[in-house]
Write a protein that binds this ligand. Structure first.
Ligand SMILES: [Fe+2]
Length: 187
């Protein structure tokens, strides 16, 4: 019923036309069938090629518009030389404020700021989240709103052994960044 509503032709006429096409071009004449298959393959190839060109153009537009260094998204980024930080590193490497030594089992505060030069929080460029690990164990995460947050978060931890704090943050334009801090036990 819906076909007849959409097309001016009655369903029976459409059915007859399709049958004629099938007999003429596909079933009854092997040479024409081969032609049909060849044309179908070429058409499908053309569609795929066109789709790839569209995707490639979109990729180029994206890169041009945001001017993103894609290498930053391929790795976890860390400060290369602590004594010679670049501006990019100063804005993105998380700064971990925590005691060097803590008493076994007693709570202590860890405050994380992104970064040494506090990273901007704008609509198109902002810090999306920070994650805190104690060694390999997740120990906290905060997701930020660029409208309401500064890129800073605090956590309360406790440990009965020396640990390495690992902090990661994600910038929407500059990828994943990590800093670490050793925590020892007080005597
Ligand atoms: Fe950034």
């Amino acid at each position: 019923m819906w076909i007849s509503a959409l097309l001016p032709l009655p369903v029976s006429a459409l059915r007859d036309s399709l049958k004629l096409i099938k007999e003429e071009f596909i079933m009854s004449k092997p040479m024409q069938r081969r032609d049909f298959m060849m044309r179908s393959a070429l058409t499908a190839g053309g569609v795929l090629l066109a789709a790839n060109q569209v995707l490639a153009q979109k990729g180029k537009e994206f890169q041009g518009y945001y001017d993103v260094d894609e290498e930053l998204f391929a790795n976890i980024n860390r400060v290369a030389k602590p004594e010679e930080k670049t501006t990019l590193e100063k804005k993105h490497a998380p700064v971990i404020e925590a005691p060097d030594k803590v008493k076994s089992g007693e709570p202590f505060e860890v405050t994380i700021t992104v970064g040494e030069i506090v990273h901007p929080m704008g609509a198109t460029h902002y810090i999306q989240m920070v994650q805190l690990y104690v060694g390999n164990e997740p120990a906290g995460r905060v997701d930020f709103s660029h409208q309401f947050n500064e890129p800073r978060a605090s956590f309360t931890l406790k440990t009965d052994k020396p640990v390495t704090l690992v902090v990661r943050e994600y910038c929407n334009l500059h990828g994943l960044w990590e800093s670490r801090k050793q925590i020892a036990l007080a005597d």
